[in-house]
Design a protein. Structure first.
Length: 293
């Protein structure tokens, strides 16, 4: 896809969109100095061509050669005001939604661009437990991709596991989470939070929904074992639930900085946007260097 939509010119034309006619109509014409691509539309049919121009500093320069990139039979034009045509990830999603080889998008702010190919991008599985909703990991990954800090085309596949569903069969008097995640309730039973170190009645049974580190802290604070333990560590879930040929990312409270284990990137719970971008970029580079344009 073009690096920027400012290099793309959209033009409605009255001539047939054949390779021969496109070359004849564009060759020798003077075009704006920044124009490298033409999207040509005729009665709903769309074609895309790339042009080369004479060297110079003039505002308009003569076209010296024309390369037809796509003809109507392999091109579709779609309108989606939510699509940022400058964002390789948004454009990649559009490419995968249509069978045509070239997808022209009239996107946000009526900017126009296109993407050719892109049907098999790298897939990034974002693995997390919820609540809280939405997942902070998923939100941060999406924000990082929108920011332009990651240029490798990626399709995000959220893998969100509902902790409350996993605890439906819990039979203890109460449930404890590592930290507060909104106002939770498990079958009408009280919910406690380990970071607040609430007092525990020795006669009351408790299920800890946390990770191995939470279990260590529980033992240290209460000098006892919980009657039940539900491991809700995103790292452990990610290690067990890897999709073949895909990339994975998760948070872990026992990780400091960015850690990459093959196709899995781990970031701490307090990860910054830069940490997340570094993790995704390192993951892409280590897992498949050839993918990065």
């Amino acid at each position: 896809m073009p690096a920027h939509c400012k290099t793309v010119s959209f033009k409605r034309v009255g001539f047939p969109l054949t390779a021969k006619e496109i070359e004849r109509q564009l060759a020798g014409k003077k075009v704006f100095t920044r124009t490298d691509y033409f999207i040509l539309e005729n009665s709903g049919n769309v074609a895309v061509a790339r042009v080369s121009k004479k060297r110079g500093i003039e505002l308009f320069r003569e076209v010296t050669s024309v390369e037809v990139l796509s003809l109507p039979e392999s091109t579709v034009m779609v309108t989606d005001p939510s699509c940022d045509v400058l964002d390789v990830h948004s454009m990649t999603r559009k490419a995968t939604q249509h069978p045509e080889d070239t997808v022209v998008v009239l996107g946000a702010f009526e900017h126009v661009s296109f993407i050719k190919g892109g049907k098999e991008p790298a897939r990034l599985r974002v693995i997390d437990f919820v609540p809280p909703n939405p997942s902070k990991t998923l939100r941060m990954v999406e924000d990082v991709l929108r920011s332009g800090m990651v240029r490798t085309p990626l399709l995000v596949e959220p893998v969100m596991v509902d902790v409350l569903e996993r605890l439906k069969g819990c039979r203890t008097d109460t449930v404890m989470f590592p930290c507060e995640a909104g106002k939770l309730e498990i079958g009408g039973r009280p919910v406690l939070y380990l970071d607040k170190t609430p007092p525990l009645d020795a006669a009351k049974s408790v299920t800890l929904a946390g990770c191995p580190l939470s279990l260590k802290i529980f033992r240290h604070v209460y000098h006892r074992e919980p009657q039940g333990f539900e491991n809700v560590c995103p790292r452990e879930l990610a290690r067990q639930d890897r999709g073949r040929g895909k990339l994975h990312i998760a948070r872990c409270c026992d990780v400091h900085g960015v850690k990459v284990e093959g196709d899995l990137a781990l970031v701490p719970y307090g990860a910054s946007m830069r940490d997340m971008a570094d993790a995704v970029n390192a993951l892409c580079e280590k897992a498949s260097p050839a993918r990065d344009p």
